[in-house]
Design a protein around this ligand. Sequence first.
Ligand code: C2O
Ligand code: CU
Length: 471
Amino acid sequence: MTHALPPGVSRRGLLTAAGALALCPTASLAVPREMRLRAAPDTVQLVPTPHPPTDVWAFDGQVPGREIRARQGDRIRIALENGLAEETTVHWHGLRVPNDMDGVPHLTQPPVPAGGRHVYEFGLPDAGTYWYHPHTRGSEQVGRGLYGAFIVEETEPPAVDRDMVWVLDDWRLLDSAQISGDFGNFGDMSHAGRLGNSVTVNGAMPETLPVRAGERIRLRLINAANARVFALRFEGLAPRIIALDGQPVEPHAPPGGRIVLGPAMRADLILDITGKPGDRHAVIDGFYPRQTYKLLDLVCGEERLREEPPADPIALASNPLAEPDVAGARRHVVTFEGGMMSRLGGAKLRGEYRDIRALMRQGLAWAVNGVVAHGHVLDPIVTLERGSSYVLELRNDTSWWHPIHLHGHSFRVIARDGRPTALREWRDTVLMAPRERVDIAFVADNPGDWMFHCHILEHQEAGMMGVVRVA
Ligand code: C2O
Ligand code: CU
């Protein structure tokens, strides 16, 4: 039996009444947890003193914004308050939310004006490591510090001593420790995006992080940088990857010992601190040739937690994702072009063909299937039939790396350059190497118009974006 809302009873009153049911586990689906997020300018000590604090844009005065933690199957209601001097929205990256909760300005909701408020509410079908960030002028809004972790806990998580989140970011700072204001310059837009000079872990630059010999850590890595790709090595340790982009994967050692994370990508690791008290383990980022640096040292204190790594299982239970029928799937090709050193002569902009010089004069440099995106309201590059299986063959016809993100769905990465992948991992963002071809497969089961774009935010804003319609 359902309880209809009698006329005159406010939503607020209903919530308070329903709140009492929260103790009853069977009611948890119906009772949203409530939260508030306020985006506003603030200052944060990104760089250690004696450097001054940095002026940022932040959720609730923190970088990263406060960690949202919920349980699989929960419902959550989040009131966004916009204390910025410009419009914003929030996108729940990787969460399979209904289309009108997806936070894409003009496409799925009107942007929230300066001083405005907007309420998001959705259920959480999948456990895993996700994150949130604005989808309005992302290059600058995310680049100035607006992002946070969104963790959905499993009903039965693997046994660990600590569950740790590292939100990684890369900032372009001046000597004054202030953010360089050169957002959206054409060099960044048409090359590798806005690479910075200062990498932070959870909004700070720690040199060491205390760990305990024998400790088992679940480490959730989130790349919140505009453009930097990370490739992390844990010296002397053997991490195992148990989830990618929030979705469970067969536990495995990172290929080549490196955990590669393009912008927006996540990895959950099981990290056993083998070795003895007093050991140090450097965490090294070596993605870009000749730019290897040490992120920090894990330092074992005097305590020893146990002699041997625990024998407990580490595999995660899978999320309720529909399995694509790859053999029977319909196929589409999606070609990404443009950027410096490309053959792109021109592309369509708002329905009209423009040559590359004309596009560049408008700060545009990239195209998807021959169309340059300008704003979020676009004709779909493909229309998919709801409930059907699809393989999208993504072709990177550029000289650059691109982390390509699909909203509203997770997909399996089934082939690279025509060769089947070993793990057929689920992802919401797939990193394509220059000139690489990647096949992804999924069931188009979430209706609506969904963004499909490069998560190097400068590429996205310079045209590398499209809409996938599920109808
Ligand atoms: Cu993380 Cu379209 O975004
Ligand atoms: Cu890109």
